[in-house]
Design a protein around this ligand. Sequence first.
Ligand code: CU
Length: 189
Amino acid sequence: MYASSIFTILAAAVASVSAVPTPTEGNMLPSRTFLTGVTHSVVVGRGGLHFDPENVVAQIGDTVEWHFTAANHSLAQSDFAHPCKPLADGTGFFAGFNFVTAEGQNPNVYQITVVDNSPIWYYCPQTKGNHCQTGPMLGVINQDFSSDKTLNNQKTIAAGTGVSIVPPTIQGGKVGGFQRANPNPLSGF
Ligand SMILES: [Cu+2]
């Protein structure tokens, strides 16, 4: 009688536990698209001729923000196949060479807003030292990871492009007139 009661209690307990929904069966959240407003910081020139991180995954509505360390870097939008060359005149972004700094980081940042899920390729058009080719100083936002259009493959293309083309016009993006906190505790400034 006693043993039977225990069994009944245990059985009830097991049933109770198994009735609890488990979160390990997959993400049951409905698919949603919304503006997240997240800011992704990229350090320009950290550790040499590089963008850090050089590969950013961002949602529509997010901001990507570049912080410029010492030296005279910039960034300009390109496409995968032409890594050290701007998009056609009037399209894409070019930050200009307005972020030179002797030490630390420039007080201004450059920002763009992600408006769709297409990959955004960009490079540093500094021709003194051929940053695009020798870094190679290349970056991408929302690379298609199922494609062979990868940043590593673009670097191979960049190596054979000769001299970078500096865009004729500063356009796209915006300059933040203030310095945010160090975006990367490992960046050394
Ligand atoms: Cu550069």
